[in-house]
Design a protein around this ligand. Structure first.
Ligand code: SF4
Length: 369
């Protein structure tokens, strides 16, 4: 198995593909600006030096596909407010724990102060906690794109079937397809000639959903895997489209992704969630139809309804450029706080916290350069 995975990093193949890309770009006459949607891709690019390898040929723009980074500050503050309520056990995924809220307080800070905040490896653990502590109010603060939303849907269905009365879910699930559309029609965006499409999201959604966007904006999307050769092949497919004057959705990540996606998961999402009219994203503002709320059938588990909380008014750190980094308008190193006031040990914005954040990738792999 190791041999198989190592072959995705094989230096000789890397060189062959990089040479092919360079040759195609030379014939185009200009470097190509490609946005990788997914924060996981950003980390692979930086870790393996693919941006350096293709310098002068490909400009990688880092996109909004890190779910923790794009979770609006007011939603982080909401999680903090919830965790402070009496008898609440607030559960969420680990990456959100260290994201600072408006007052620099994070869920981790609250935990250190004795509040009941728990990072979960799987959201289904919330059921066990609710059963173990029947006198507590267990809240699962759900974040993520279409990738993690089906897990939350399973949690909601199971809790409903089991009749668990002390468990609620606050849904912050967001939709990749809507943010792609929003970004492309936004006036404030970098020059994006093509997207490397998200690998994990597309496993659920399939790639057919991207076709209207590709046609509307004339911007190709190639869905890629997460190994260096996957990304190089995706870049090669993009430059080949450019050279041949095509504009299509293509799948490089064929070992996982297809056109239709996971139909079972899609059915589950339709049953458990409804699309919100609008939802706040960090750096991008309110995006119409861009997130899931819990469907009326399961509203007894809807934490937003049960706790009846209104969103706090939140304030971003004035010097944090996360909002612009998320849109690909700035590199993390453009931020005055990068590596000084803002480090993984003392993060100011979510892009320095999340394992998919662009600032963390630059800190880990470029800080010494
Ligand atoms: Fe925000 Fe820190 Fe990144 Fe600057 S370095 S944009 S403060 S997360």
């Amino acid at each position: 198995l190791n041999q198989t995975w190592n072959s995705f990093k094989d230096p000789q193949r890397v060189k062959v593909l990089a040479d092919l890309i360079k040759r195609e770009v030379e014939s185009l006459g200009n470097p190509v600006n490609i946005m990788e949607f997914c924060g996981g891709h950003t980390h692979v690019i930086l870790k393996n030096g693919l941006d350096e390898l293709l310098k002068g040929y490909i400009n990688f723009l880092h996109g909004p596909g890190c779910p923790v980074c794009v979770t609006a500050l007011e939603r982080v503050d909401l999680a903090i407010e919830l965790a402070k309520l009496p008898d609440v056990i607030l559960c969420t995924y680990g990456d959100l724990m260290r994201v600072p809220g408006s007052n620099k307080i994070s869920l981790l800070t609250l935990r250190a102060e004795g509040y009941e905040v728990r990072p979960l490896p799987s959201c289904l653990e919330a059921i066990k906690i609710a059963q173990e502590f029947p006198n507590k109010k267990v809240v699962f603060f759900a974040i993520g794109f279409e990738t993690t939303a089906p897990h939350t849907a399973v949690l909601i269905k199971q809790a409903h079937q089991l009749g668990i009365a002390n468990l609620w879910v606050v849904s912050n699930h967001i939709l990749a397809i809507e943010v792609l559309d929003y970004l492309l029609k936004s006036e404030e965006k970098p020059f994006i000639e093509a997207f490397i499409g998200p690998g994990h999201v597309s496993t659920i959604t399939g790639t057919k959903v991207y076709e209207p966007i590709v046609q509307r904006y004339g911007t190709p999307i190639v869905v890629s895997g997460f190994e260096p050769l996957d990304l190089l092949q995706a870049v090669y497919l993009i430059v080949k489209q450019k050279k041949e004057g095509r504009c299509e959705v293509e799948i490089q990540y064929t070992r996982t992704v297809d056109k239709q996606g996971n139909l079972k998961a899609q059915e589950l999402l339709k049953e458990v969630f409804v699309i919100r009219d609008s939802f706040p994203w960090r750096g991008l503002g309110e995006i119409p139809n861009s997130a899931y709320a819990i469907a009326p059938k399961y509203e007894s588990l809807d934490g937003e309804k049960f706790f009846n909380l209104s969103l706090p008014s939140s304030k971003e750190h004035p010097q944090c450029l996360c909002g612009r980094v998320i849109k690909g308008l700035n590199k993390p190193t453009d931020c005055k706080l990068f590596g000084k006031a803002c480090t993984p040990q003392n993060p100011i914005g979510p892009c320095m916290v999340s394992s998919e954040g662009a600032c963390l990738a630059y800190f880990k792999y470029r800080k010494q350069l």
